[in-house]
Design a protein around this ligand. Sequence first.
Ligand code: XIL
Length: 371
Amino acid sequence: MIQIKQIATTRMAGLLLAGCALLPGATFGQTIPSLKDTFKNDFGIGTALHNAQFEERDPQTTQFIVRHFNMATPENIMKSAPIHPKWDTYNFEPADRLVEFGKKHNIQINGHTLIWHSQLPAFMRGMKSRDSVRTFFEDHIKTVAGRYEGKILSWDVVNEALNEDGTMRKSVFLDYLGDEYVTEAFRLTQKASPTTELYYNDYNNEKPAKRAGCIALIKKIQAAGVRIDGVGIQGHWHVGRVPFKDIEESILQYAALGLKVMFTELDIEVLPRNFQGAEVGQRMTANEQSNPYVNGLPDAVQQQLAADYEALFKLFLKHKDKVTRVTFWGVNDGNTWLNNWPIRGRTNYPLLFDRSNQPKPAFYKVVALKQ
Ligand code: XIL
């Protein structure tokens, strides 16, 4: 820990001096480079936001978000359970506030997500007829996508429709609507919200088998004459095990389909995990080894994390003509979902900023690529 702090302090002192020359009287937080400005000629820089953040409950947090990010994805509030809690009841208030937040601060909103097997409203669970699933599917897309037409940049129209081997994942939509449901979701969204960009989003879709399934899905949508603008690779990876070759190959193959490629939920897990990916329904049981870094991240792991982020951003920059956005799944290590998944109450460190919004070694490695 002491060693980490010393390295960070020395680096920060250098940037502080440089920053002060530009911003006399600036407070410390304003002197580090802005992430979004650093990559302004390359791709958008996004973050996932929850209510407290876009409701601007803490002015310093707002300032920090606005300084570093030009795109935002709602971490939960646009998912079907919160936005469509009952058959004929929608709760648009939080999403409307997020849209206002974006407008006020010049942050573009990426809608997440219309059709997904997880975080479904309770009334969907007991649904046992094709007609009722179809009615939900059509009403939901029409109403939610329609409301935000012209107000948000994009929709993750369908999230996580695939298994690891590239086949279609079993879900209430596949069971009752058949595998045409993905194309149909894009068709309905396009109709309800013609100016919004439409994406397919998944985790592990950089891996060869799942990528092949994803490409087949995209080709099917395109062959039906339905618009799809981009593919999101979530990017929930593990320290020291980021699949760089698969990622590069995927950027090339998805871009060859004429699609924008984006990294939509980036974070790098540093804690023990016995599986990869991001199936939110999957859990692990806690044991004595599962939360090893409560008192700080060891320097070796911190440096590996920095090296992984550096190599990733090098790759993103190499393909900046194809990569349009990089979104982190959270603002800082204090509010990442990985503190509570797949085990509740752990101390995780997957992002570029620590629990006090201070930049980590990974941040400096990433911005140094542009200096
Ligand atoms: C996660 C949120 O971060 C959590 O707050 C929530 O409890 C579960 O969902 N893939 C996705 C995201 O597409 O919507 C998930 O977000 C993380 C995995």
